[in-house]
Ligand binder design. Structure first.
Ligand SMILES: C[S@@+](CC[C@H](N)C(=O)[O-])C[C@H]1O[C@@H](n2cnc3c(N)ncnc32)[C@H](O)[C@@H]1O
Length: 197
């Protein structure tokens, strides 16, 4: 394993606190700042594996809430009663049917920590980021309740303006935020979208 990973304070902290990935601190920090998730919520986590978001979302929604995780890869089993995971490509999933199969109504919140495979070629990567964004937006359109909240990881790209504009059409408040656990060298940012119109 690369030395910078072992020295990373968030990686060390995640290991010590029993979280499956350091990204958990991004979600914790976003929620502390914007109050996205509440007790009793139904939450869909897109790109959930290995499952650190699921661990903390499970605590945030409590026993009366539910968390559904979706990932194209298998997610190691998480022994929590309020968490279910499925292996699927979010570009192809029928989200309304899936919620029905779990006996759930539409979601109160959706989180998305998916990163597309980046090539380093700007035009190719921007197209991949936009394609993924549009698939996620379809899930949000179909599965998120009016008034619901949405967090999506994105990257600083030439399509950022268009992504912002599309989110602003759908949500009352849209903020861009880079949590401390997000590496400074990465162009990663999060859109925090509150109150689906
Ligand atoms: C950065 S990881 C997510 C880490 C997760 N938030 C956690 O806390 O453990 C991104 C995930 O997105 C998944 N992913 C990428 N493309 C996807 C797609 N089209 N559909 C579903 N999942 C996808 C990857 O398999 C990967 O597990």
């Amino acid at each position: 394993m690369a030395r910078f990973v072992l020295k990373d304070p968030f990686y060390k902290k995640a290991k010590e606190e029993g979280f499956r990935a350091r990204s958990v601190y991004k979600l914790k920090d976003i929620d502390a700042k914007y109050h996205v998730i509440k007790k009793g919520d139904i939450v869909i986590d897109l790109g959930c594996s290995p499952g650190s978001f699921l661990q903390v979302l499970s605590d945030m929604v409590g026993e009366s809430g539910s968390v559904i995780g979706i990932d194209i890869l298998p997610t190691p089993a998480l022994p929590r009663k309020n968490v279910k995971t499925i292996q699927a490509d979010i570009r192809e999933v029928d989200i309304v049917k899936l919620l029905g199969e779990f006996g759930l109504a539409r979601a109160d919140a959706i989180t998305c920590d998916i990163a597309p495979n980046l090539s380093g070629i700007r035009e190719v990567d921007d197209a991949r980021i936009e394609e993924l964004f549009l698939s996620v937006l379809n899930v949000v359109t179909d599965a998120l309740k009016p008034g619901g909240n949405f967090i999506i990881k994105s990257f600083s790209t030439t399509v950022q303006k268009s992504i912002t504009a599309q989110l602003q059409k759908k949500f009352t408040k849209v903020s861009q935020y880079k949590p401390p656990a997000s590496r400074a060298v990465s162009s990663e940012i999060f859109f925090v979208c509150l109150g689906k119109k």
